[in-house]
Structures are given as C-alpha cells and as structure tokens.
Design a protein around this ligand. Structure first.
Ligand SMILES: O=C1O[C@H](COP(=O)(O)O)[C@@H](O)[C@H](O)[C@H]1O
Length: 252
C-alpha cells in the first residue's frame, strides 16, 4: 500500500496530558474488547516514553481493567532500549511498573524484546523478535495484524526507534531491526520496522507537550518519513493522532 492509499488520520485533541491519557485508556479497553469478541485474542503493541506510561497508568486508574480477559491479550513492544533486564530505561520495565505487573496476563503471551545482559547481540535480539512475530502470525504471514499499535513521538518526530536520517528507515526485509548510533540514549536498541508497524489495524500516535508541536506539525503536514519518521506510519483500518493542546499548537 502506498502512502497515498491510506485514509486521512483521525485527530483526537484534548486540553492536557491527563485528559488525553484517560481518553486513550478508555478507547484501548473498548478496542481490546472488540478484538476479543471478533477474533478471540487481542494483539496490542506498547510503546515507551512519557505517553506510553501515562496511558497505561490511566487505564489502571480508570477502574475498567477488570472488563478485559487479560489471559487472551498478546503484548508486544514496538521498540526497546538495549540495556540490562530490569533496567528502568527499558520500555518493558516502564510498562510493567505502569500497569502490567498488576494484570492477570498469561506470561507466554507477553513478548519483551531482548536485553543486553542476555548474552545476545542486538542483531540476535532483532532476529529472535522477528521469529516470535512470525510464529504468532501463522499462516505464512511475517507479523500479526495487531489490533492496536501505540506509539510515542519524539521531539525529532521519531517513532519506536526509527530516527530521522537513520539507515533503519529503509529496512523492510525483516520485521525487527537492530539499531546502533541512536541519537537519543541509549545508542543500542531494537525496533520494529515500517512494514511491521504498518501491519497494525490501528496505529495510535500519542503526543503531549509543547516540545513535540513542531514534530506533530511536520509529520501531519506531509513531511518525508526520512525527516519525520512519524509521517510514515499508518494503520490498515485507522490512524489516530492523540494530541493535547500544546502538541497540537502548530497545526493549521
Ligand atoms: O526512546 C523512545 O522515545 C519515544 C518517545 O518518548 P517520549 O518520552 O519523548 O514520549 C518512545 O515512544 C519510544 O518507544 C522510546 O524508545
């Protein structure tokens, strides 16, 4: 599918980060319930960073977590910082602290990316994640059709660990890629590639704060994905930009 074939994104704007996070949490519950009703199991891709944690914390605070059969939810990550297991820099650790540790998840359905103290390289970790995705996808597919894929957006418009100008932006022969020389610490990471991100039924880009306003305006204003990686992600059914007023301030 070329960029021109995607429908216009939905833009949901709320006054502040707390209100935005609560809105995201409510729609995430609804989305998981719908996926489980339609397909039995829901595939959810989590993100790191400020909005990744805030939205999960909001779900915990909403009182709605008990509506979901968490044993039938597959949890994935769009990217990971390649640091030791348990390190607070890991997106997995942040998600566990924000919510996952309090949910009755099936451990076999939780899929963290590799850690640097596992005795594997980032390349090994990326290849292993690609294998896990293919196994879960079945039917000869390389990745599952995720029900919802959540992404934060950096002030440089990066998503997952796909950074402006980085060679990984053009890798499409594998589902996950090793990242070196990340401009944002830590330098070594693992990331889903564009084809994997864009296999999701719904892609949610969640952005709060004035420091992201320029990135949002560029990505939604038609920037090339090599300059603004967030411009290159789209869901097959829907692409939703969740913005607080500060992040939306430069939209015309
Ligand atoms: O490094 C990362 O940054 C982005 C955005 O983080 P934020 O704190 O600026 O919101 C995040 O979405 C990504 O998963 C992460 O690895």
């Amino acid at each position: 599918m070329s960029g021109d074939e995607f429908g216009a994104p939905e833009i949901v704007r709320r006054p502040d980060k707390a209100t935005l996070s609560a809105q995201i949490a409510g729609r995430l519950v609804d989305r998981i319930l719908t996926a489980q009703r339609d397909r039995g199991v829901a595939h959810v891709v989590l993100t790191g960073g400020s909005m990744g944690s805030a939205s999960l914390e909001a779900l915990g605070a909403s009182g709605r977590a008990d509506e979901i059969d968490w044993s039938a939810v597959e949890i994935w990550w769009g990217d990971e910082r390649f640091v030791p297991f348990g390190d607070g820099e890991r997106n997995e650790v942040q998600a566990r602290q924000a919510l996952l540790d309090r949910l009755p998840l099936d451990p076999a359905r939780v899929h963290p990316m590799a850690a640097s103290d596992e005795g594997v390289t980032t390349e090994d970790g990326a290849a292993r994640y690609a294998d896990q995705l293919a196994t879960a996808a079945g039917d000869g597919e390389t990745v599952p059709a995720f029900d919802v894929l959540m992404l934060g957006v950096g002030p440089d418009a990066h998503v997952a660990s796909l950074f402006p100008g980085h060679p990984a932006l053009d890798i499409d022969a594998t589902a996950a890629v090793a990242i070196h020389d990340s401009p944002k610490p830590p330098p070594d990471r693992i990331s889903m590639t564009y084809p994997t991100l864009n296999a999701a039924r719904e892609v949610w880009l969640m952005v709060a704060g004035a420091d992201k306003a320029d990135a949002v305006a560029r990505a939604l204003g038609g920037a090339d994905r090599h300059q603004a990686p967030a411009a290159g992600v789209h869901g097959t059914d829907a692409t939703v930009w969740w913005l607080d007023d500060a992040a939306a301030a430069q939209l015309t």
